[in-house]
Write a protein of this length. Structure first.
Length: 374
């Protein structure tokens, strides 16, 4: 069982399905003791997700088992490079060079450090994602190979039909998103199904007209297509907490099911702490990447841990609000409680209390918390 789970996870990693890789392996932790490949695979997946704290922990576990693996050394070097610790990164690159003198990633990374290795440039490469060219390579994505083969097959069918008169009308049903990388199109409900609203009661937060219900759904669909997941979730919440019909609410839930879990590298639609605390029902299940200082930190050795986040700015000059944060996995990276942190989390509102469901924590050794695509 353990072997099949690890092989499946490694296949998911090659397909760039990093979140699925982490969930699968962390859910099977009891089947692995000192398995080097287990910790290496988890570390690489977390690194690509931007969860550098977890990546560092998994790489450290892997290094305690095996010292000279190239993939591991590249991963650890990338962590130091991201933080601007070029001297430490170079030590790892030199270790790889001793074992593999012709390693192309090492050569490119060392040239980058020599010519552009200042903190400002490194930070910019982290923000744009260009730093990933120095990460452990994942190889050819099997999904891309399959899509290329499918496209080649479809082109062959089109050519054959064009020349020999065969019917090829079935191609009209081919999803554009599968060929171009775009998101799937979400159809607008039929006119007769979207009419009307339900009577209001004490559980309805927003009273909408028939036209407003339809407009909210159309906005959610358009925001989803444009990769504005937070804005789409807000419109979904507006519908779910309104006097919309059950059909309209079901359609809104279908949009919500398509939304993706972000990483630190994802460009999030900005949501302020003030907005969330003033209208929490509207921001339920949206994602935020907030800066602040942590207080009331629970036992960091437990399987889950919690804290309060004093949301403010990078210099901690003011506080917008204090929000509890809960993390469901351990270990947590070492945190200096006197310095600012950035927390990536999902907003969860249970009807009375707003909580952040934490996914990742980032704290820079240089002080800057400007990470991800802005």
């Amino acid at each position: 069982m353990s072997r099949s789970v690890l092989i499946t996870a490694q296949s998911l990693l090659k397909r760039r399905r990093f979140t699925d890789t982490v969930k699968l392996l962390e859910g099977s932790a009891e089947h692995y003791g000192d398995n080097f490949d287990y910790y290496l695979t988890l570390g690489i997946a977390c690194l690509y997700l931007g969860d550098t704290g977890s990546a560092n922990n998994y790489f450290s576990r892997a290094r305690s088992i095996r010292l000279t693996d190239t993939q591991l050394l590249l991963g650890q070097a990338a962590l130091y490079l991201r933080r601007g610790e070029t001297d430490r990164a170079l030590q790892y690159y030199l270790d790889i060079q001793d074992n593999e003198p012709g390693n192309k990633i090492v050569a490119k990374a060392m040239e980058f450090i020599r010519t552009k290795g200042d903190y400002k440039t490194i930070n910019r490469w982290v923000e744009t994602g260009k730093i990933k060219r120095f990460y452990p390579p994942l190889g050819i994505n099997p999904s891309i190979v399959q899509r290329c083969l499918l496209l080649f097959l479809l082109c062959g069918i089109v050519w054959y039909g064009w020349n020999y008169g065969f019917s090829i009308t079935f191609l009209q049903g081919t999803s554009k998103s599968r060929l171009s990388g775009e998101r799937p199109f979400i159809e607008t409900p039929a006119d007769d199904a979207k009419k009307g609203t339900e009577s209001t009661d004490e559980t309805v937060r927003f009273t909408l007209t028939e036209k407003e219900c339809v407009e909210a759904y159309n906005r959610a669909r358009d925001y989803f297509s444009g990769y504005h997941d937070n804005l789409a979730q807000i419109e979904v919440n507006r519908i779910l907490n309104s006097n919309a019909t059950q059909f309209q609410k079901k359609q809104a839930e279908l949009v919500a099911e398509q939304l993706k879990e972000p990483t630190f590298d994802t460009k999030l639609d900005e949501i302020t702490c003030k907005q969330v605390l003033s209208e929490p029902v509207l921001y339920n299940h949206c994602w935020v990447s907030w800066i602040g200082r942590i207080t009331n930190w629970s036992d960091e050795t437990s399987s889950s841990f919690s804290c309060d986040l004093m949301v403010g700015d990078e210099n901690l000059r003011h506080v917008e609000g204090i929000v509890p944060v809960v993390f469901e996995k351990a270990p947590v990276p070492p945190i200096d409680h006197e310095k600012a942190v950035r927390i990536l989390a999902e907003i969860v509102y249970d009807g009375s209390v707003v909580t952040l469901q934490g996914k990742a924590v980032y704290q820079s050794v240089t002080g800057s918390l400007k990470i991800g695509k802005k």
